[in-house]
Ligand binder design. Structure first.
Ligand SMILES: Cc1cc2nc3c(=O)[nH]c(=O)nc-3n(C[C@H](O)[C@H](O)[C@H](O)COP(=O)(O)OP(=O)(O)OC[C@H]3O[C@@H](n4cnc5c(N)ncnc54)[C@H](O)[C@@H]3O)c2cc1C
Length: 628
């Protein structure tokens, strides 16, 4: 593992999310996360990326092991579902073929959660989903065995020892593309062979797995728009392969419940917390309310995105499934299983969209409900003052819903028979699917350039940009007390909800690394420790975009003016009013940039920096990395 050589002050390094502060053990005393690689270590990782190594190891793994007494599917933190789950589906098919039971395993690895800055919210969400999955699998007579293991370095041995206990000679799992996880799986391959265990690792996280969409020169794309074009063409050339649904698992024979080995697994409990990651009661209740667990909840949330309008009353920490007018919400969108089999009705929208893409949207998109959020997504997605986006990210990050199902559903809503089954980028639905393609893009970056997941900038040129080491500034940013209303609203939204609107993520991230000149990695870490949807690839991609250090990043000289962004992203002011109650009585310019006298009177802080002044500092330091 790489060392932790960065010269940030200990005070800054130890900052942690408010949500986790009480329960998280001191990372530096119990386990030192070695996230930030030296340039040399990063270069070593980059020159020998672990994904191809894992794929090769799997290729060379035993194919026809001795028949065991069971097949094991190892469920990981990013594939928490039964439906449309490739590794689970394949494991079940093998178990049926061999006439033996399927066992599902989940290993809680607290050291991994510390090392990867997992939020207590994400860990709690995992446990809540596991509880639902356990019950659902039990109805198929499939046991879900959840077990905690430390230290993480012995996890490969531990998993193989469990396989021996279960007399299993086949292990199935979906691939996790982060460096530590790939290395862990490579180790499992090494250990499995001499023990006669066959391994199947499936690509499941993305629509198109890393390594497929490549440039003409056979390189990984580092710019999104050509990647997107190629991505669409690749999906459309093999719709079934990329969007087809994996069959549900087959039930085990009921006799498994009598087995002395497997029967007790039905009783093994899902813990209600993981030590060091317990949520405070109020936060736990709030997370349960606004992010209900389970695939059905995820489907309902997606359905509402596909069929209902933006509602400003859904802006804050409220359940996405609460009927607003007292009547039960009508969820009418069927979820098409095979591309092109949508039964949705084509309805011509009567809503006049604004903007140049409106024409394309209205001619291409059809919707079961006029003005649905997906229909208007192209025009409204950057607005934080209503629920303009799907809010499906916690479910995608945890794999509670498959990304293929999201694409199929968006395509279904297009409902154009001649076009059915084809992915396009036009209209609200197309634009939304292109956001899912961003997710694939960033995962392909992490897989091909693994140095980004050990804390290095994608663009090494910016590794020596000079950062401020100001703990107080960092804390004020974290707490949403910078005196810049849009930034404070954004940070408080995340601290309250465990989620933040995309545009607000960009504004608050850029404010930290350009206006405050604080190392983007401290922001990246705080986001991971606070978000319920924390995902290394997306979070790192978003932060490196904002810090101008990443692939296809914002050029360093294009700095967001937070006040201009505020009026664009929150034109009604409802976003700021929701999350910064001190300013609730204000409107217009006063709300977006309160004059000192008004701010003082309302008990709201004055801005901790003056954007116009610090802008020059950022430009200077980025232009000449290493210089003051
Ligand atoms: C600094 C920063 C940090 C971020 N951290 C995360 C993170 O930890 N986890 C995470 O899932 N997303 C992250 N994002 C991306 C994006 O902000 C969220 O995915 C999005 O806000 C989630 O809301 P939604 O589900 O309503 O999105 P929608 O607009 O409805 O989009 C649908 C889905 O597409 C994907 N998506 C959308 N935008 C992006 C994007 N810019 N990059 C990659 N995928 C995208 C997500 O899976 C999202 O759920 C980050 C962005 C920035 C700028």
């Amino acid at each position: 593992m790489v060392k932790h050589p960065r010269s940030i002050s200990p005070g800054i390094a130890e900052s942690s999310s408010r949500a986790n502060k009480k329960s998280r053990p001191d990372a530096n005393s119990t386990f030192k996360p070695n996230k930030f690689a030296t340039a040399e270590n990063a270069a070593a990782v980059a020159s020998d990326p672990p994904l191809p190594k894992l794929l090769e190891s799997v290729q060379n793994a035993i194919k026809n092991p001795a028949k065991g007494d069971s097949v094991v599917y190892w469920m990981r933190m990013a594939d928490l579902r039964i439906e449309d789950n490739r590794a689970l589906s394949q494991a079940s098919a093998q178990a049926s073929k061999d006439g033996i039971p399927l066992v599902v395993l989940f290993v809680i690895s607290p050291q991994d959660y510390i090392a990867h800055d997992r939020s207590a919210r994400r860990v709690d969400f995992t446990l809540r989903n596991l509880a639902i999955i356990k019950t659902a699998l039990a109805s198929f007579h499939i046991p879900l065995h959840t077990v905690t293991h430390t230290p993480r370095r012995t996890l490969p041995n531990f998993v193989l020892s469990l396989l021996r206990t279960f007399n299993a000679t086949r292990l199935y799992a979906n691939i996790e593309y982060e460096v530590d996880e790939l290395r862990r799986d490579i180790k499992i391959c090494e250990l499995a062979r001499p023990q006669g265990v066959a391994l199947v690792f499936c690509h499941d996280k993305c629509v198109i797995e890393p390594g497929i969409v490549r440039t003409k020169e056979d390189r990984t794309y580092t710019v999104y728009s050509p990647y997107q074009k190629n991505w669409i063409a690749t999906v459309n050339a093999s719709i079934k392969e990329y969007l087809g649904s994996a069959p549900l698992p087959q039930p085990n024979s009921e006799a498994i419940r009598e087995s002395v080995i497997y029967g007790p697994l039905f009783e093994s409990p899902i813990p209600d917390k993981v030590e060091g990651f317990a949520l405070e009661d109020t936060d736990k209740r709030q997370m349960e309310e606004i992010w209900p667990a389970g695939t059905q909840a995820a489907k309902d949330i997606l359905s509402r995105f596909l069929t209902t309008k933006c509602r400003s009353s859904q802006l804050g920490a409220v359940s996405p499934l609460t009927p607003l007018d007292g009547t039960p919400a009508k969820i009418t969108t069927p979820f098409t299983i095979a591309a092109g089999t949508s039964t949705t009705t084509s309805v011509k929208s009567t809503k006049k969209l604004s903007g140049p893409k409106a024409k394309a949207a209205s001619s291409e998109s059809t919707s079961t409900v006029e003005d649905s959020r997906i229909y208007t997504y192209n025009d409204s997605r950057d607005r934080g003052d209503c629920d303009s986006t799907s809010r499906i990210s916690p479910y995608l990050s945890a794999g509670v819903l498959s990304v293929r199902e999201c694409v199929r559903s968006a395509m279904g809503i297009r409902g154009v028979p001649d076009d059915a089954g084809k992915v396009v980028s036009g209209g609200g639905a197309g634009r939304w699917v292109m956001e899912l393609a961003w997710r694939d893009f960033y995962t392909s970056i992490v897989a091909a350039f693994p140095h980004v997941s050990v804390g290095r900038p994608f663009n090494e040129k910016y590794a020596s940009v000079k950062w401020e080491e100001d703990e107080q500034m960092l804390r004020r940013w974290q707490d949403g007390k910078t005196g810049v209303p849009i930034v404070d609203a954004a940070m408080r939204q995340m601290n309250t909800m465990g989620w933040m609107h995309n545009r607000m993520r960009m504004i608050s991230a850029m404010f930290l690394c350009k206006d405050l000149m604080i190392d983007w990695r401290l922001g990246e870490r705080y986001f991971m420790q606070t978000l319920i949807d924390g995902d290394l690839a997306n979070n790192n991609g978003g932060w490196q975009w904002s810090a101008s250090t990443g692939t296809d990043a914002a050029p360093y000289f294009r700095l967001f003016n937070p006040y201009a962004q505020s009026t664009k992203g929150d034109p009604t002011g409802d976003y700021i009013r929701e999350f910064v109650p001190e300013l609730r009585q204000l409107s217009g310019t006063d709300l977006h940039n309160p004059p000192a006298k008004i701010a003082d009177k309302l008990g709201y802080p004055r801005p901790i920096v003056k954007h116009d002044e610090v802008r020059a500092r950022a430009l200077r330091r980025y232009k000449n990395p290493g210089e003051e």
